[in-house]
Design a protein around this ligand. Structure first.
Ligand code: SDX
Length: 390
């Protein structure tokens, strides 16, 4: 997809109107990423995501987010070697994952796995930019290993040892599915991981930064990010969007479904966004891949139904700035690739850990603990009444 020309200078707004859920609040200045909700722009360190999705890799994009520049050949190969070197997790992590009941949501298992990882890292409590950067790189590598193991254990299958010859996305698919992916499937996963890597001050990124601003360890902050991302209003929307799409038999059903949601004022998963009041640029790329992958796997009807839902929702809500977001098409792609629905949000986390780590590291040198306020609207003059008088 041709990369649009993003131009102009972004300034601090002169007037800030705060709404519930910190709508409109600004936490800090950043060079990591920029979301223009009106224009539907997404930029990582100045590079727009259409360019990155087409030309970059998840490893290179993670390097860009962490270090602020595209790596030279030797820098990228050193970074990839480090990621490969960290892939294997301590056996105890796998043992704990195996002890978790199979029906537990994979995001709860992922949160647990990362927590155990932290318990077995002797340098976890060394809170310095240098050590946190190393832990961050470890987490970018090992979240994929843990998520891959969770995907296998849930199906009653043994976890797969990472393959040092495969790139990050291909190895992640291999560890999750147990077979080496073809180049196109690896590319699709890599594009998806690039697109999900960073997105401004979203709930899970903000959670990581708030938790880390108390100068706790990075494992604790990333665990908190996983907990936030799990929710259906955030990263959990991708599995719910696919769940409703699978229930729609045909396009006629799709029209009726949207009409029912509109009349019942029911939120439609995969649509709407706090910041985007235009089409989410990530959904534009994922929509194209959804059509390609579903048609390749003989599921073109699923894409047609999704497209019909999109048309109907935009017809009903486009004026209100409600369009598909990143979670609408991602699920159709993963489903067509044979990935279990409940693994969709862990895939989001395997990507977003790069953005979480990058933003936590950026904020750390001039850290200030986050401490907003609430407006107290309760009573002030209450007097204590002994219990026998109540
Ligand atoms: C992600 O922040 C990020 O950047 C997140 C993310 C990232 O990369 O990190 O982009 C990833 O989380 C994407 C969002 C995934 N969630 C969903 O798809 C769940 C469905 N979407 C909604 O729950 C909602 O749109 C949110 C949570 C995403 C945004 O919520 P807001 O900004 O708090 O909006 P709101 O709930 O206050 O709604 C404003 C209006 C309401 O109508 P009115 O009461 O004003 O008449 O818009 C309506 C809402 O009813 N609305 C929807 C809708 N989303 C908002 N109506 C129908 N379907 C929807 N999906």
């Amino acid at each position: 997809m041709a990369a649009p020309k993003y131009t102009g200078k972004i300034e601090w707004p002169t007037k800030i109107e705060l709404g519930r859920g910190l709508e409109g609040a600004i936490t800090n200045e950043t060079k990591i990423g920029y979301v223009d909700g009106e224009k539907g722009w997404l930029v990582y360190r100045g590079y727009n995501i259409f360019d990155l999705a087409e030309h970059s890799s998840f490893e290179e994009t993670s390097y860009l987010l962490l270090f602020g520049k595209l790596p030279k050949d030797d820098e990228l190969s050193d970074f990839k070697k480090k990621l490969v070197g960290y892939r294997k997790v301590p056996e105890v992590v796998i043992d704990v994952l195996k002890s978790i009941p199979k029906e537990v949501h994979p995001m709860s298992a992922l949160r647990t796995g990362v927590s155990v990882l932290g318990c077995f890292d002797r340098k976890a409590e060394e809170i310095t930019p240098k050590n946190d950067t190393e832990i961050g790189i470890k987490l970018i590598s090992q979240m994929a290993t843990i998520a891959g193991a969770i995907g296998r254990i849930r199906k009653g299958e043994p976890p797969i040892e990472p393959d040092p010859e495969l790139d990050h996305s291909a190895n992640f698919l291999y560890m999750m599915n147990g077979e080496k992916p073809d180049d196109f499937s690896a590319k699709v996963m890599d594009v998806s991981l690039i697109l999900h890597a960073d997105h401004g001050m979203n709930a899970s990124t903000f959670t990581c930064m708030v938790v880390n601003s108390s100068l706790t360890d990075l494992y604790s902050s990333v665990c908190a990010g996983i907990c936030s991302l799990k929710g259906p209003l955030h990263g959990g929307a991708n599995e719910r969007a696919l769940a409703f799409l699978l229930k729609l038999k045909d396009e006629e059903n799709a029209v009726r479904y949207v009409k029912d949601c509109v009349s019942q004022k029911k939120k439609i998963m995969g649509f709407g966004h706090r910041v985007y009041k235009a089409y989410d640029p990530r959904a534009k790329v994922l929509g194209q891949y959804s059509q390609k992958v579903t048609e390749m796997k003989g599921m073109g009807h699923l894409y047609k139904i999704a497209k019909k839902v999109e048309e109907e929702v935009i017809a009903a809500y486009g004026e209100k700035g409600i369009f598909p977001n990143v979670d609408f098409y991602s699920g159709t792609i993963y489903y067509a690739m044979g990935i279990d629905v409940l693994m969709f949000t862990p895939i989001f986390a395997v990507s977003r850990v790069s953005g979480w780590v990058a933003r936590v590291l950026e904020y750390l040198p001039e850290n200030r603990i986050f401490r907003p306020r609430a407006v107290y609207v309760g009573p002030l003059e209450e007097r204590y009444i002994p219990i026998d008088k109540r």
